[in-house]
Design a protein. Structure first.
Length: 198
């Protein structure tokens, strides 16, 4: 238990601060409608001369709402704070959603986070982030690299009023178990929020 009440081990809380996404197990559909699938490729990045093992993870969910509604649920400040806090308490986002801009994802609980470049943006359909720096002190200082070099994307496809949301991300291997629990809950929250406002 950390000083902030999180049941995580020591530095593990630094790894997830400001992060929010998916995990990977053999392909299956859960009772909640969230799909997981195996992505065999692993990414490797350097951290203080060591190789960081990253896994490319993917989750998907179908939402009974337009892609515009789902997109707004993902990135409007109030709803973003709501679902992202399921992954890491107090997570918020700073920056303007424009291709080529940098966005900061920060935890208000401990000040840790990640700065990410928006590499590609097609509003209401697709966004790709590339993590350029791990940060602390609410984005004011850099910290040991954990997410740097990884990517994260959100893809939305609508058919007959139902939007399929697919989230892909590179996750440090040691966080697989944690994200496997929290990410499905975050996707369910996105679904609830989007459908409630529909």
């Amino acid at each position: 238990m950390t000083e902030h009440g999180h049941c995580l081990h020591g530095d593990m809380h630094e790894f997830i601060a400001g992060r929010f996404f998916e995990l990977i197990l053999p392909e299956r559909s859960t009772s909640t409608g969230i799909s997981q699938c195996v992505v065999p490729r692993k990414a490797q990045f350097l951290r203080k001369g060591l190789v960081i093992n990253m896994k490319k993870l993917q989750f998907s969910i179908e939402i009974d709402a337009s892609k515009e509604r789902v997109w707004a649920t993902l990135w409007d400040d109030k709803s973003f704070r709501d679902w992202a806090s399921i992954i890491d308490e107090g997570t918020y986002m700073q920056g303007e959603m424009i291709e080529g801009n940098e966005i900061q994802f920060i935890s208000s609980v401990n000040g840790y986070g990640v700065t990410s470049l928006i590499e590609k943006l097609n509003p209401n359909e697709f966004i790709l982030f590339k993590h350029s720096a791990d940060t602390k002190e609410s984005g004011q200082q850099k910290r040991e690299k954990e997410w740097t070099g990884g990517t994260e994307s959100y893809s939305l496809t609508e058919k007959n009023g139902v939007t399929a949301l697919i989230v892909k991300t590179d996750v440090p291997q040691e966080l697989e178990e944690i994200f496997n629990i929290r990410l499905p809950k975050a996707l369910e929250r996105i679904k609830t929020l989007a459908e409630k406002c529909n």
